[in-house]
Design a protein around this ligand. Sequence first.
Ligand code: ACM
Length: 508
Amino acid sequence: MYGRRMRTRLAVFLAGVLPLTVVAAPAQAAPPTVALGSVIPAPVDVRPSGGGFRITARTVIEAPAAARGVAEQLGEALRLRVVGHAPPRTGKIALELGKVNGKPESYRLTVDKRGVTLRSATTAGLFNGVQTLQQLVPVSGPRTIAGGEIIDYPRFGYRGTMLDIARHFHTPGEIKRHIDEISKFKVNYLHLHLSDDQGWRIQIDSRPRLTTVGGAAGTGVDGVGGGFLTKADYRDLVRYAASRHVTIVPEIDMPGHVNAAQVAYPELTCDGVAPPPRTDTAVGYSSLCIGSETTYRFVEDVVRELAEMTPGPFIHIGGDEAHATTQADYLTFQKRVLPLVTKYGKTAYGWNEIAAAPEANVAVAQFWSSATQNPAVAAAVANGTKVIMSPANLAYIDQKYDPTTRLGLSWAGYIEVRKAYDWDPGTHVTGVPESAVLGVEAPLWSETLRSLDDIEYMAWPRLAGIAELGWSPARDWESFRTRLGAYGPRWAARGVDFYRSPQIDWAS
Ligand code: ACM
């Protein structure tokens, strides 16, 4: 099945990440180290060598001014001082900006007994290397890092997760803590589902009732999910995410999933009558009025204001489950709305239903279907549409792990850790070759979620597996489950409420 080159690459890859790769112990009994490469997501190329570097209270982090931000983050995590230049013979972790191999986001990490050198052409690459380095520092005991070299870069540029703050609002503080956690696994996009039938969660100056009504107390599923992001909150989140090399993707879901907007602005319905507010979890009953110019003035105002406050490349326009919109109306709507996103300088992104529209040829379709065949998506891909893989039966991290899971839904099936991990985004859908796949995303819908603990319990550990599918060149369940088991104490130490799957032998 694999050619010789592939086998060799796989062997090098597995040698780096399998638990057998215990670092050779030097003569005087060495304290345990984390095997080089025993990292999630698994690095591309790992070459262990003897020796290793012990971090002491005198160790410093050396970094040029341009890398100061990421160096300070490492300094805070390891409780080490950051300097511009370390005196000679000081044990140091040196961050360098310079070419590695020309691949986006790549880094090289070298460890020997004199110190650690982390090199990348970009601060994004240095950030990635810092996440790797932190996982190589033992959770407890002497802080000795195994010797050797890692050269690493991602398989896909887009490694994402989604948080639904429409069905239940999650505060900026909670979102920031979640950003801290996702970025440790090199997840670099956070898609925020900002509007739905039950609530509207982002301030839009030209339509203030969207949030004064749609984000009021009592909105959300069961009436317990009220709240919204002001523009200042959103901009602050964008900045915070950027400091962790995470890009925010805002979503306004339309032409369906718009009940909250219609409660606030009844002119968005065809009869001009406000529907009752909804706090249940039904889907597919609302639609913007496709034949009305009022609709397009509304959509353009929203897209313009979102684009103004979003430095990232994507505006997500939803497009899923528009069951109250005829297909002809759906296509009419997309013909107007997909080009609007381009008009405001962004790439349109939508759930895979948008693939039916010819104007989606310059858009990104988020594949959420549980099927592996979808002729409309395959035809769109042949026409230029790019795809992000989020198959509901594998990547929806709001689905229960098993029938006993207290939180979540199960309409797409139960998704245990292995199921979320053991699939290939590059070959999953017929007619969608790897060259058309920008990456993967694990959506977290929040009908049943109330707290940050709830978010964490559904996300972890599955999101770590999806992150590995997005980053690593090959997957190996036995290796992953071993590395995941060893990671557990890190989540525990940070107070992250993760699911202790029985498929994993968790270290304590
Ligand atoms: C979806 O789950 N309705 C995209």
